[in-house]
Design a binder for this molecule. Structure first.
Ligand SMILES: [Zn+2]
Length: 243
């Protein structure tokens, strides 16, 4: 399947926004089989106009901390995991040619684009960060840092485990009044729906949220899934950059 440059419809002249598939290889320098990861990153990213040595990655912790990054962060986590920005689950920037990335295998990646400023963001929203409402944090930081108008923001979702497959512990209790589905065999969570509602509650227009509805667990031939593959799972990359 290869790379999906799924935000192209938004503004291909001014941004690069894409996520990888299983066929592109493991993009993590820490999880899964990392032997070919750097080569896979290089191949994938050069194909879409990004220098893999410029990448900014995070030591993701399922929190809600988001970092505003600039040129001084360029290359953090690009060539080794240790140099990644620590304790962070999202990036924002208004700098050009600064690719910011999140690595996932079931968690939802949330792409943010403000075409007016312009500025971009990328968030790592698994169920824990979703509970902490990382989307609201991302939107408010876009307002604070860049003066973004929420009704102008364009949002994209990467592939993630979807409500068809996202079974929670029977004891799972959530603070959300929605997004949990009771089925005969247990409770399922609709992470994409919850993030959509959180964004809309912040003033993002529903029509400006693009969700390709790809399930990593159902479509395990195309995507890595931690729930399906456990420790051997590689990671997909979600990357966005202002040109
Ligand atoms: Zn599924």
């Amino acid at each position: 399947m290869g790379i999906i440059n799924f935000l192209e419809r938004f503004d291909p002249k001014n941004i690069i926004a894409a996520f990888s598939s299983r066929q592109d290889g493991n993009m993590s320098l820490c999880y899964g089989d990392t032997q070919g990861s750097l080569e896979s990153r290089k191949k994938l990213l050069s194909g879409i106009g990004i220098d893999y040595r410029d990448l900014i990655c995070a030591k993701q912790v399922h929190g809600k901390k988001i970092a505003y990054v600039t040129g001084s962060n360029k290359g953090a986590g690009a060539l080794d995991y240790e140099s990644s920005v620590s304790d962070t689950d999202g990036f924002l920037t208004d700098k050009k040619n600064l690719p910011i990335a999140i690595l996932t295998a079931d968690c939802l990646s949330v792409f943010i684009y403000d075409p007016v400023r312009p500025a971009v963001g990328i968030l790592h929203a698994g169920w824990r960060s979703t509970e902490k409402n990382i989307c609201a944090r991302g939107v408010s930081m876009m307002q604070e840092e860049f003066g973004s108008q929420t009704d102008r923001l364009l949002i994209g979702f990467g592939p993630s485990i979807r409500s068809c497959c996202c079974k929670m512990e029977n004891s799972f209790k959530s603070n959300f009044p929605f997004g949990l589905i009771n089925r005969v065999d247990g409770i399922y969570m609709d992470i994409a729906l919850i993030n959509t509602r959180q964004l809309v509650d912040c003033g993002v227009k529903q029509d400006n949220i693009f969700d390709p509805k790809l399930c990593t667990f159902s479509e395990n031939n195309n995507f890595f899934s931690f729930r399906k593959e456990a420790e051997s799972a590689g990671r997909m990359i979600s990357v966005i950059m202002l040109k």
